[in-house]
Design a protein around this ligand. Structure first.
Ligand SMILES: C[S@@+](CC[C@H](N)C(=O)[O-])C[C@H]1O[C@@H](n2cnc3c(N)ncnc32)[C@H](O)[C@@H]1O
Length: 242
């Protein structure tokens, strides 16, 4: 079993290996824990992310779901009534994609095993890109955003959903208590991989706040960046236009 210190996010390629291993190990329990630990509010957040993608402008287009995991965000888009395009769902943890495949049944989601820092797609491939709870894990956030700029067509959008800390001090206190104490405990017991669920609060701790995340997006080449807080600021939804 890994110690608390080993659950701290590493740097560079070591971090990539650590993240891939964590998600490969917890993949069979990921969906259950996701909905349980978020009390199901994660579903509403993913709906909101797809609402902000502007896919209606090009309903037959190709869309990227990066760090796609078990494919819930991809499916949220392909299940929209007027959507006639496809979603390339990329993730470097093969077991996470495998967990999602039984949910696909005839949908136009195409799972691809690939690293978000070296996306296996040509320049200007997509009419839109989205990533839910993925960018926090990237070993080089700026490089990740530059990759999204590269694969997006001009004037099209990136939508980023990520955890953040609520601005209200009371809510923040409760949130941190939950995130640092209850979540690692329940996640560790149910998944059987305690160190993986100690990694989650550690990865949020050093992550940029929404203001700074928007700045990183601008520096990578996105314009008209905006963000909104969800559920009192537990999560934030960012939009940037390429
Ligand atoms: C917290 S899960 C989110 C999964 C899914 N987007 C969701 O909303 O449930 C983070 C996912 O990002 C993937 N990931 C992290 N870093 C990655 C990278 N550099 N390239 C590809 N996938 C990555 C992990 O394998 C994991 O499946």
């Amino acid at each position: 079993m890994k110690t608390a210190d080993q659950a701290r996010p590493s740097e560079g390629p070591e971090r990539d290996r650590q993240v891939r291993r964590i998600f490969s190990e917890i993949a069979p329990r990921y969906d259950l824990l996701n909905h349980l630990l978020s009390l199901n509010v994660d579903r509403g957040w993913r709906r909101r992310a797809v609402d902000r993608l502007d896919w209606e402008g090009e309903p037959e287009g190709s869309y990227l779901d990066s760090c796609a995991g078990t494919l819930d965000l991809s499916l949220e888009l392909t299940r929209r009534k007027d959507f006639r395009g496809k979603v390339l769902a990329s993730d470097f943890a093969h077991p996470m994609l495998l967990e999602g495949i039984p949910k696909l049944s005839g949908s136009s989601v195409i799972p691809v095993c690939g690293d978000s820092l070296r996306l296996p797609f040509p320049d200007a491939s997509f009419q839109g890109a989205m990533v839910a709870f993925g960018v926090r894990n990237l070993s080089d956030l700026s490089r990740g955003f530059r990759e999204f700029v590269r694969v997006l067509k001009p004037h099209r959008r990136l939508v980023v959903l990520e955890f953040t800390e609520p601005p209200n001090p009371i809510l923040r206190h409760l949130y941190l208590l939950y995130f640092r104490r209850i979540l690692p405990l329940v996640g560790g017991v149910v998944s059987g991989h305690p160190w993986a669920y100690r990694y989650l609060p550690e990865s949020v701790k050093d992550f940029p706040d929404p203001e700074n995340l928007a700045e990183l997006m601008r520096a990578a080449g996105f314009r008209e960046t905006s963000w909104e807080l969800l559920s009192g600021g537990i999560a934030a939804l960012h939009v940037g236009i390429r």
